[in-house]
Design a protein around this ligand. Sequence first.
Ligand SMILES: C[S@@+](CC[C@H](N)C(=O)[O-])C[C@H]1O[C@@H](n2cnc3c(N)ncnc32)[C@H](O)[C@@H]1O
Length: 218
Amino acid sequence: MMNWKRFPISFLKRKVVAKYNVLCHIYDVFGLVMESKARQRAIEIADIRNGENVLEVAVGTGLNFVEILKRNTDGWNEGLDISPMMAKKAKKRAKKTGLANYSVKVGDSRSLPYADGSFDLIVNQYMFDIFPTSEYDHVLKEFRRILRPNGRLVLVNTTKGERWTDSLFKCLFHIYPVNKCRGVLMNPHLERLHFQDIKREYIVNYTFPSEIVCSRRS
Ligand SMILES: C[S@@+](CC[C@H](N)C(=O)[O-])C[C@H]1O[C@@H](n2cnc3c(N)ncnc32)[C@H](O)[C@@H]1O
């Protein structure tokens, strides 16, 4: 098996962009079947207060971005994704809401194009589970940098199954390893970087286990 940790970031970035530029055409099937319960719960937990500055990193096709828009009609909403095709789909979906208080950018979560302390809330779903663990600290520090003091962070990821029936997804990803997706646990990383009030929920959608972890910038 290839040791992808030895490849430079630029090579990996091109690979991810190419993959998601193709996957965007079928992504909503995975997104709706395997992730919809966790996605809905994440929006509840995010507790958006109308008027906030909200960012969704790795916005994908915008499945939850439109939910953010509907709840934050008086605020400002940013979406960002590394794949231009994913970002295009998210823009198209957002446009259908008829709202105009948003922007969707193409960009990399490792180097976020926003000023320090810009956001009340960052939502990020199903991205760390495709990232090498060695990059977590760097990306979480970027999130911390652009959050206001006390700003909230909601992370949703594929996680480790707690019952054997919750681990069937592993077989699926073994047959077709979508971007090295695997179950992750984000709590220890957030604790190490001094995020506060860390809370985790475990949710299973058709044997597909996700965790929702919310925390605050200190
Ligand atoms: C599994 S999809 C999840 C999409 C969306 N968050 C959702 O829940 O529907 C992963 C997304 O992460 C994006 N992505 C991967 N690496 C990224 C990076 N370094 N910066 C920003 N987005 C990235 C991909 O383009 C893709 O849209």
